[in-house]
Ligand binder design. Structure first.
Ligand SMILES: [Zn+2]
Length: 652
């Protein structure tokens, strides 16, 4: 390479990223706004590879204005090439796709070529069960080389720094996602008895499409189809007559307390263990040779409450702080501490099934009165996988409470079991500027440090414009679980260009507001008239009284001033302003229509509600919020007339 070319390559690299490494040679992918490389696909390319190519073309064009051509390896050998998927050229460099684990990719550059090669399946690239290594490799490269960041779903949230030139730079890395399942339930299925509060039907479809693309850009997916969930809900009907001893002994009798009531199992009963293993064997679980063979042993959705002697003998000593962080009106309060029996239950099933297949993995939950770590010294193992599902402890937490929750995770890990995170915390917060980004990140990373292998978050409510930092960390920690949360948020704020520090100050205000008002929040929800995950819209005006919005509006006005002259930054600040105006309006409507106030009448809230509906129709396609979720919450929170019971398309 000549000195002049080397200089040009280094300059291009330096413009691309502060962490730039030396260029591999004189090759460019785009030079001065012109495409100078082609994307080369294998003759038989999968749907994943085709989609990966489209994504690459789209983002490179957005960055440079240059549209890279896509060619087949069978027709063409361009001078400078980006090879995607299983090409002969990639094989010639020694990349062995068959040896790659699911969802894995390799990025490798030579003087004239970049190889992005992953473990792919010829299935829908957006389906979370499709191994899409090459697609993930494209995303990794876009992040590293072009500084692309996906801030929220849709075009406006797609942050692609502008550049005229992309040099081909040295890279050699192999990446497998650290978590074998990365899942945030999409929240696309929320339905409401008052659909007019939500999206119009076409907007709902479009929102679903852009969110689905966005989640894949954040590498959501899984390499193992783990199935679990409350496992015994129909067992009383099926087996109650013949095997009542498999069911809870409660208040002197076996089975549900009343017909139709939920029931727990008699988890120490060997007959129950044998039946669970039999069903697994009948479905081929014992014969499954590749990968883990899962058994679902998740208790029904009720506290563990069998009172038989054997179950009680399995229990460990009750820890002194067993009830310390539960409110006296919470259903776990006052129940017996039964974690050890559930640990032994999972162990008994695992040991029985392992005789037939050593790869068996028993899935259970740590939940309700078996959430706190066991105390008897019971030893579990890696073939027991427990869903960490706190039933209280909503953010914001007090410091000691937060440490208590983190300790439960660490102590469960010490039993030898593996864990996956299965919280309900992201159902919280409705449409409000309720921001708990750092406390959540600390919780997540405590798990990562202590054996977290998967996630399943219930659910994504999609309040992008008002809860941005929490949602951005939720996404990015799935991609880079060890990353510094402050650095991740700096990326998010950088998307606001010259207004970055003002936007940070804005969200810092709301995060401090949220963290500092723990007592207020606790008091509002204490009586359970309004419920965090379901009927938040009964109380937003109590958590966020009218006076709380002023400082937020003033901070956003400063951000708008700083963004002036930069159209993209201006549009993104306006997006935040839409989110804030919407939140304020929701709080105003709630004050008039909340079911928590016996004085609420349809008439009283009519004007404000009309304003809210008009606002939603005007802004729905900006994707500032999943209005389907808002409608789902408001449905059970507000006193509403029949107008909103028709589809959004016909109202107002
Ligand atoms: Zn029992």
């Amino acid at each position: 390479m000549s000195a002049r070319l080397l200089g040009a390559a280094l300059l291009a690299s330096a413009l691309l990223s502060p962490t730039a490494v030396a260029a591999t040679g004189s090759a460019f992918i785009v030079q001065d706004g012109r495409p100078t490389a082609a994307i080369v696909l294998p003759e038989k390319s999968t749907r994943v590879v085709q989609y990966a190519a489209e994504e690459l073309v789209y983002h490179v064009e957005k960055a440079t204005g240059a549209k890279l051509p896509i060619v087949c390896e069978c027709d063409s050998t361009p001078d400078t090439a980006i090879y995607l998927g299983d090409t002969y050229a990639a094989r010639d460099t020694g990349i062995n796709i068959s040896a790659l684990p699911a969802e894995t990719f390799q990025l490798r550059a030579t003087a004239k070529a970049l190889y992005i090669v992953g473990k792919d399946e010829d299935r829908d690239p957006l389906d979370r069960d499709t191994s899409a290594g090459t697609l993930f490799g494209v995303y990794e490269w876009l992040e590293r080389e072009l500084g692309v960041r996906w801030l929220w779903p849709g075009e406006l949230g797609t942050h692609v720094p502008k550049t005229r030139t992309i040099a081909l730079r040295a890279i050699d890395l192999t990446v497998t996602p650290q978590l074998f399942q990365r899942h945030v339930r999409t929240g696309l299925g929320f339905t409401s008895g008052n659909p007019a509060l939500g999206f119009t039907s076409k907007a709902a479809e479009e929102y679903a499409a852009v969110q689905t693309v966005f989640l894949r850009r954040q590498r959501m997916g899984r390499s193992e189809k783990m199935s679990y969930g409350h496992a015994f809900t129909d067992w009383w009907e099926k087996y109650g007559k013949e095997h009542s001893d498999w069911f809870q002994l409660y208040k002197g009798k076996r089975g549900p307390e009343k017909p139709g009531a939920r029931y727990a199992m008699c988890v120490s009963n060997p007959g129950l263990h044998q039946q669970i293993v039999k069903l697994w064997r009948d479905k081929g679980g014992a014969k499954r040779t590749s990968g883990p063979s899962f058994i679902n042993a998740v208790e029904n959705d009720i506290v563990g409450q069998c009172e038989c002697e054997k179950c009680q003998a399995w229990d460990g000593p009750t820890p002194p702080d067993a009830m310390k962080y539960y409110a006296p009106n919470f259903k776990v309060y006052g129940t017996r501490f039964v974690s050890d029996r559930y640990a032994r239950f999972a162990l008994a099933i695992q040991q029985l099934a392992a005789k037939e297949n050593p790869n068996v993995v028993v899935v259970g939950y740590v939940y309700f009165n078996y959430f706190q770590a066991p105390t008897s010294g019971v030893k579990l193992n890696e073939n027991i996988l427990l869903g960490f599902c706190p039933s209280a402890g909503w953010y914001p937490r007090k410091d000691d409470e937060h440490e208590w929750y983190k300790r439960q995770w660490a102590d469960w890990r010490k039993t030898g079991a593996r864990l996956f995170f299965r919280p309900n915390y992201f159902l919280d917060a409705y449409s409000m500027p309720f921001v708990f980004a750092h406390q959540f990140a600390d919780d997540f990373q405590n798990g990562v440090r202590n054996g977290m292998v998967a996630t399943d978050f219930d659910s994504l409510t999609g309040q992008w414009a008002i809860q941005g930092p929490s949602l951005y960390l939720l996404m990015r920690l799935h991609v880079t679980p060890q990353a510094n949360p402050g650095a991740l948020l700096a990326d998010y704020y950088a998307g606001f260009g010259p207004a970055a520090s003002q936007v940070k100050a804005y969200f810092d205000y709301w995060e401090s507001y949220t963290m500092d008002n723990r007592k207020l929040i606790h008091d509002v929800f204490y009586d359970r008239v309004a419920i965090r995950w379901r009927t938040w819209a009964k109380a937003p005006h109590r958590v966020f009284p009218a006076g709380s919005f002023g400082p937020g509006e003033a901070l956003l006005a400063k951000a708008a001033a700083a963004a002036r002259g930069n159209p993209e930054a201006t549009a993104r600040v306006e997006f935040l302003q839409t989110g804030l105006a919407h939140a304020k309006l929701c709080a105003e409507v709630a004050q008039q229509l909340t079911l928590a106030d016996p004085e609420s009448t349809v008439e009283r809230g009519k004007g404000k509600l009309a304003e809210l509906l008009a606002f939603r129709r005007k802004h729905e396609r900006e994707w500032f919020a999943n209005l389907g979720h808002n409608a789902w919450v408001e449905d059970l929170s507000w006193k509403l007339a029949s107008e909103t019971k028709q589809p959004a398309d016909f109202y107002p």
